[in-house]
Design a binder for this molecule. Structure first.
Ligand code: PLP
Length: 442
């Protein structure tokens, strides 16, 4: 009998095929990455590192891990790489564990302004609880306020400054972060999870000349398996020749157990794919698609945070359409066949739980082979959805919100206009496989 899980996988596959995925942290992987992920490599336990394992029988796994490390080193021209982090959050925790003592000060971008939970979000996270976290923000132009970063750094003397973000549409100026880190003697860590593919393709400045340590998830624009990698630069090793070893020790025995070997192998495959000239084209198309989508939305009268995008992502600022509309718009977009996520805007008038923005990105649709023509269609559909549901403002009275949202969702699920757009989206999607054949890695 076929397990129910296989039917659910088939349903999820169909959902991904029929809809337009605009979550900037998602992507679709090549058939080779998929194949490797379901291989026998996941049967093996391999605690430790190549040629230094706690278990026997790792002759082949050692080679797999060394190959992944060599490929990533070459791709970024860095001297030290660890490919074992289970994902981005543990990787960031391990870096902090390696560089800081409990109570030390770190600095990162505020969550509500585009930072990540693991960059020192206060009170509820590992990085915000065990370290003294100081959070910097954005200026009125929605860009990093470097004057504030400098002022806070001089005042609080952080041991670690994190340059990186999860919802920021502009290029990051790593050189400025480096300068400030040097002024106060801090380590500089770059979290390039979102933009790794753009960095490799030359579409975003590289942190390699500036940062001491770099972290990236491997499942976003890098287009590999769910996982992460930590890179130590020449600069980082010059400051502390033991830095690589400290990172390794923070991963195991510090934080993790056995590595996920199939994931390691899939990182090696993704690194090989990213080293192809076609990947440069892919990175370029991600940005072209983002620019076209952004322009279409703005032409349709939808403001974007900071007035546009320089990367793969943008944030629609719906605060001029009504109060706390982000969740209703993202829900309605999903009913209409286009999925994204609600997000705060920098001057959030509502709250992080009921924010006023929706974050959109183009890595996944670009992997499917969609180009500017499709971005224009998608932008127009999104604008229709926004206008259609803008009347569903969030009640100011908090007690009324859960009933309001339940009723809104029930109505949206049956809404003929949204369902009609979903049909049009599905028809367009039929022309695009999950991973474009004549695309980047054919
Ligand atoms: C900048 C950044 N760092 C770290 C992470 C955490 O990665 P993961 O979800 O794999 O733990 C994310 C994920 O959204 C991210 O955007």
């Amino acid at each position: 009998m076929t397990d129910q899980i296989f039917s659910l996988i088939e349903q999820e596959y169909q959902r991904q095929l029929d809809k337009v995925g605009l979550i900037p942290s998602e992507n679709t992987v090549s058939p080779q990455v998929s194949e490797v992920l379901s291989s026998c490599l996941s049967n093996k336990y391999s605690e430790g590192y190549s040629n230094r394992r706690y278990y026997e029988g790792n002759q082949i796994i050692d080679q797999v891990e060394l190959l992944a490390i060599e490929r990533v080193k070459k791709l970024f021209s860095v001297p030290y790489v660890n490919v074992q982090p289970y994902s981005g959050s543990p990787a960031n925790s391990a870096i902090q564990f390696a560089l800081l003592q409990p109570g030390d000060t770190l600095m990162g971008l505020k969550l509500t302004m585009g930072g990540h939970l693991t960059h020192g979000h206060p009170d509820v996270t590992f990085s915000g609880k065990y370290y003294n976290s100081v959070q910097y923000g954005l200026g009125a132009d929605a860009r990093i306020d470097f004057e504030q970063v400098r002022e806070l750094a001089h005042k609080h003397k952080p041991k670690l400054i994190i340059a990186g973000n999860t919802a920021y549409p502009f290029l990051l100026d790593f050189a400025q972060f480096r300068q400030i880190a040097d002024e106060v003697g801090a380590w500089l860590m770059a979290d390039i999870s979102h933009v790794t593919g753009l960095v490799i393709g030359g579409e975003h400045p590289s942190p390699v000349p500036h940062a001491d340590v770099i972290m990236s998830t491997t499942h976003k624009t890098f287009r590999g398996p769910r996982g992460a990698m930590i890179l130590v630069t020449e600069r980082g090793l010059a400051r502390d020749p033991e830095l690589g070893k400290k990172i390794d020790a923070a991963i195991i025995p510090g934080l993790q157990g056995g590595p996920h070997n199939a994931t390691t192998a899939a990182i090696a495959i993704a690194a090989a794919e990213a080293s192809q000239p076609s990947f440069t084209q892919y990175a370029r198309q991600i940005r072209l698609n983002a620019q076209t989508l952004a322009q279409t939305l703005m032409d349709e009268g939808i403001p974007l945070v900071g007035g546009g995008t320089e990367t793969h992502l943008m944030i629609m600022d719906l605060s001029s359409f009504g109060f706390g509309l982000g969740g209703q718009v993202s829900y309605a977009m999903d009913v209409a066949g286009i999925y994204a996520n609600r997000n705060t805007v920098p001057t959030e008038p509502s709250s992080p739980f009921y924010p006023s923005g929706v974050r959109l990105g183009t890595p996944l649709v670009t992997s499917r082979g969609m180009k500017e023509k499709e971005m224009k269609k998608i932008g127009k559909w999104i604008a229709q959805v926004v206008r259609h549901v803008q009347k569903y403002e969030l009640p100011q009275d908090k007690k009324l919100r859960s009933k309001f949202l339940k009723e809104f969702r029930a109505e949206a699920d049956q809404d003929l206009k949204l369902l009609e757009i979903a049909q049009q989206v599905k028809a367009m999607c039929k022309k695009f496989p999950l991973f474009a054949e004549e695309g980047p890695h054919a």
